[in-house]
Design a protein around this ligand. Structure first.
Ligand SMILES: NC(=O)c1ccc[n+]([C@@H]2O[C@H](COP(=O)([O-])OP(=O)(O)OC[C@H]3O[C@@H](n4cnc5c(N)ncnc54)[C@H](OP(=O)(O)O)[C@@H]3O)[C@@H](O)[C@H]2O)c1
Length: 232
């Protein structure tokens, strides 16, 4: 059950899928905690969310490569806005490199932002969600989390990891009033897709609408679901 003005945490809302999702939630009068790296783009999204109908939108500037800072952002959300109804782990990064070209720094960045940050933020929020007996924890995975792709080893590993993490979390939170699921988009025309050679198969709004459904409307019986969006 969501509260009349639900609070949603969205990571990586500065552009792309995260921005579209924040705006879609704002249009449903959701309060928003926007967690992302400080930038002019992020500031603009904050204004756009208010204009789109969010009664309260706040920035929590965080570099999600830093997992301790990510946990602190979760604590700040609880302190300043209260217990969220929805958490959307959207932020992601890709570096296209063969395994030989993939140095430790780029490997770690993809694992930390794509998998470590969702872990750190979930862990920071979970006790409060459990105490409240409600909360939806959504992960933006990828079709890349179901297959292997040349020059995407770390990205694919992080997205396979997201599914394993979510599935285990789903088992841990069943019967608690909470739910979790993962949305796996195919190719979406965002900055991340640039230079990939993959043609877009859906819009950012398609993914945002799907996330909004699971954030606000879907039955909790979807706990543990993996929703593949191959596109058209
Ligand atoms: N586009 C696709 O085809 C596609 C397909 C499947 C899944 N996905 C997934 O969809 C999600 C959103 O991606 P997108 O396509 O919208 O890409 P995007 O336009 O590149 O947006 C990525 C977002 O993640 C944020 N981010 C990256 N590194 C960060 C860091 N260290 N700290 C804080 N924020 C960080 C970016 O913020 P900054 O402005 O600070 O960089 C940006 O807001 C990702 O999880 C991605 O893996 C995308």
């Amino acid at each position: 059950m969501t509260t009349p003005t639900p609070l949603a945490v969205v990571t990586g809302p500065s552009r792309g899928i995260g921005r579209a999702t924040a705006l879609a939630l704002a249009a449903r009068r959701t309060r928003l905690a926007l967690v992302g790296r400080a930038s002019d783009e992020l500031e603009s999204v904050l204004v756009e969310c208010t204009e789109a109908g969010s009664p309260e939108a706040r920035l929590f500037p965080t570099d999600l490569r830093d997992l301790e800072a990510t946990a602190r952002a979760g604590a700040a959300v609880l302190r300043e806005l209260g217990v969220p109804d929805v958490v959307i782990h959207n932020a992601g990064v890709v570096h296209r490199r063969s395994v030989e070209e993939l140095d430790l720094e780029l490997f770690r960045e993809q694992l930390d932002v794509n998998l470590g940050a969702p872990y750190a933020l979930t862990r920071a929020l979970l006790p409060a969600l459990r105490a409240a007996g409600r909360g939806r924890i959504l992960f933006v995975g990828s079709i890349s989390g179901t297959l292997g792709t040349p020059r995407l080893s770390a990205y694919c590993a992080s997205k396979w990891g997201v599914i394993g993490f979510m599935k285990s979390l789903a088992e841990e939170i069943s019967d608690s009033g909470l739910m979790t699921c993962a949305i796996l988009p195919g190719s979406v025309p965002t900055r991340m897709l640039e230079g990939s050679g993959f043609p877009p198969r859906m819009t950012t709004e398609d993914v945002a609408r799907t996330l909004t459904f699971f954030a606000l409307d879907a039955p909790l019986a979807h706990n543990g679901a993996v929703v593949e969006m191959f596109g058209v």
